[in-house]
Design a protein around this ligand. Sequence first.
Ligand SMILES: *[C@@H]1O[C@H](CO)[C@@H](O)[C@H](O)[C@H]1NC(C)=O
Ligand SMILES: *[C@@H]1O[C@H](CO)[C@@H](O)[C@H](O)[C@H]1NC(C)=O
Length: 407
Amino acid sequence: MAKNILCLWSCLFSVLIYTSVHGALEQETENNIQIFENNNDFAFRLYKSIVAQPDSQSKNVFFSPLSVSMALAALSLGAAGETHQQLFSGLGFKSSSSEEVHKAFLNLLQTLNQRTDVDLEVGTALYVQDTFRPHADFLEKMKRFYLSDGFSVDFTKTAETTEQINKYVSEKTRGKISKFIKDLDSRTVMYLLSYVYFKGKWLIPFNPKSTEQRNFHVDDETTVPIQMMYKKDYFDAYYDHQLSAQVLFLHYNDSFSMMLALPEKGLSALEETVSLQHIVKWLRWKKKQKYEIYVPKLSLKTSYSLENILTGMGMTDMFTNKANFTGISSEENLFVSEAEHQASLDVDETGATATAVTGLGIMPFSWTYTPVLDFNHPFMIFIVDRKTTNILFMGKIVNPAKKDANQ
Ligand SMILES: *[C@@H]1O[C@H](CO)[C@@H](O)[C@H](O)[C@H]1NC(C)=O
Ligand SMILES: *[C@@H]1O[C@H](CO)[C@@H](O)[C@H](O)[C@H]1NC(C)=O
């Protein structure tokens, strides 16, 4: 039940992170803005791919498009050929040069980590098997463009390495995501992480004394009691006629805002139609007015296996033997064996905390590829003496069910 309560809100909250985060780009160059506009479009495509997964209809959805795109953009440093193209078009960077994209991420990382009026930390980390030697150029660029922390580990000691990575994630998310990796494959040679931690205080806080139990209407039949916060004050809002939705802005200090979009009817029409253009419109035309607002207190955690989700967005090769990671190693055929995303959201009277982590596990293909030999149709058979190369017997099997060959 708890899982369903907030479905109505899911769409908007997913919007919050990158909207606010990319507000930081205002002072960046034209070029970067263009790059991240394309990338914001990725956020909506990622959302649609997530909600298209089986049984996600009635679930809360919350993720960080920034964390996912940063991990994939960093991974693209090591990708070549078709794998690189799929990553770039999947992320919406098709027409930009690699150099431009990586520089834009560096700018974004630096700008976001400099913000002091909210608690915000964005970063990446790379864990490398101590016996594995990635190209120096790849490691250097991870550090230069993605300011990556680097660690040498032993993935064959799975418990130890799992604990080390989980401890790092837990530190970076201030304990919000404490068990990121559950099953670490001992054949992993590299693990790439990206994380976002955001904690902001409302410019207009809610009074905890006004919070009370109220009903939330999950659908026509289901109502659940939840803790609802209340405030009467001047808030920025916008009514979108095209979407029949009311949009409320809850501002944080600095230029960050949470935007909540409440559709008049079901959520599905809104989630199918909403796009970056709407967000831009809302930001431009919002108006301050006195409102009584009721907003649920929230505390939720989500977790997504990204393989099907990204494959659904055309990023297919990296998960298969077609993967081209010659930018990481030319000796091993590498592929992405694991892609995990987890996020958390807490909303209360004082503010909101949102975190997300994306992890990409990479391993050599040769180690996992077990060819199948299925003798399920006619075949030939020989019995030979290897020493003398003498054929002792030979024949063919056309129908193993027939016991008498003369029949
Ligand atoms: C990877 O892509 C590069 C550049 O297109 C190409 O030259 C190379 O043959 C590809 N390698 C593999 C293993 O597919
Ligand atoms: C916003 O942040 C600035 C700088 O940290 C601080 O001086 C100010 O009091 C903050 N305002 C609110 C409403 O928290």
